[in-house]
Design a protein around this ligand. Structure first.
Ligand code: NAP
Length: 304
């Protein structure tokens, strides 16, 4: 059955792919973009209705709610996809940059979900947040981005519980590297931050700037070689779209969808095991190996 779905950040990358993916399957997509040129590019396409929406702009969000309500389509799905990337050591992030990434990546989904709550409650619909594998793991230079995606995971889990009694399902899709514009879009700010690095961080920052400005050609061995930290290829946005589609339409949607390559998935699983073992490493609370395996078996059985 045709459903109305709002996708934020539909101008490029994952959001644009998703808007087309849903429209091709007959759904009505409210494709939210910021720029007039993106609005024009999406105008007149079958099953796509562009709307102007910056997720940090409360007045634009209110206008979008009024507009969608007036269309009489209701709203079944909200996909909180809009997001900012960006790398840099912690000391190089300005106060404004740090607040902005949280404003878009964390407060954005919270604002949109609240604004469209009445329509989503009425449709007993679905909210899908686009998180990241960086919402489970965290690494050098990715700090603030990973912090926002960890926060989005916490938001998703709590909202999932709050809305369950009202039959609105909330999920998070957590991709690894995906072909999109996120790297190019965030590169000017990323370079500016590495240029701000002061001793003792400046020397390493200079090496990173050089690597960004003159990327080394991929080593020949990388052709056909197993994926590794230095031999990685981003996946197609299709794997994100497939997971979002399941979260939107499956009879039993999942809370979390980890998507990406095998190597990326292994990295997340290893990080989670490390967290588990850290949590278990206390004098008051220290399960034996056998007890941990039994707990894992119980959880697996509960899922069947
Ligand atoms: N690509 C990956 O490897 C990857 C991996 C994990 C998670 N993700 C997540 O996937 C989502 C989509 O990212 P992407 O990779 O497709 O990046 P992208 O190509 O850079 O697209 C980002 C989208 O977010 C929009 N956006 C940024 N700030 C906004 C704001 N204040 N209000 C409304 N829209 C705003 C952009 O609009 P403009 O064109 O107007 O700037 C653009 O449409 C993000 O949440 C990202 O964190 C991506």
């Amino acid at each position: 059955m045709r459903k109305a779905i709002l996708v934020t950040g539909a101008s490029t990358g994952i959001g644009r792919y998703l808007a087309h993916y849903l429209a091709e399957r007959g759904h009505l997509v409210y494709a939210a973009v910021r720029k007039q040129s993106d609005f024009a590019a999406l105008s007149g396409l079958e099953n796509i209705v562009p709307i102007q929406l910056d997720v940090t702009d409360v007045a634009q969000i209110e206008t979008a709610v009024t507009h969608i309500t007036s269309q009489g389509t209701g709203l079944y799905g909200l996909v909180n996809n809009a997001g900012l990337g960006g790398l840099g050591g912690f000391t190089t992030w300005s106060e404004a940059e740090f607040q902005q990434i949280f404003d878009v990546n964390v407060a954005g989904p919270w604002r949109l979900s609240n604004a469209f709550m009445d329509l989503l409650l009425a449709s007993q619909g679905r909210i899908v947040n686009i998180g990241s594998q960086g919402g489970t793991i965290s690494k050098k230079w990715y700090g603030p981005y990973s912090m926002t995606k960890h926060a989005l995971e916490a938001y998703t889990v709590a909202l999932h519980e709050e809305l369950r009694p009202y039959h609105v399902h909330v999920s998070i899709v957590q991709p690894g590297g995906i072909v999109s514009n996120i790297g190019a879009n965030s590169m000017p700010d990323t370079l500016a931050r590495f240029r701000r690095a002061q001793p003792p961080f400046a020397e390493e920052a200079q090496q990173i700037i050089a690597a960004f400005e003159n990327p080394a050609p991929p080593p020949e061995a990388a052709e056909g070689a197993p994926e590794s930290e230095s031999n990685r290829k981003p996946s197609s946005p299709e794997i994100v779209a497939t997971a979002v589609y399941h979260a939107l339409f499956a009879e039993k949607p999942r809370l979390r969808y980890l998507v990406g390559t095998k190597w990326e998935g292994d990295r997340v699983i290893h990080a989670l095991i490390e967290k588990l073992l850290d949590a278990n490493d206390s004098p008051e609370h220290n399960y034996s190996r056998e007890a941990l395996v039994a707990l894992l078996d119980d959880q697996l059985q509960a899922r069947e």
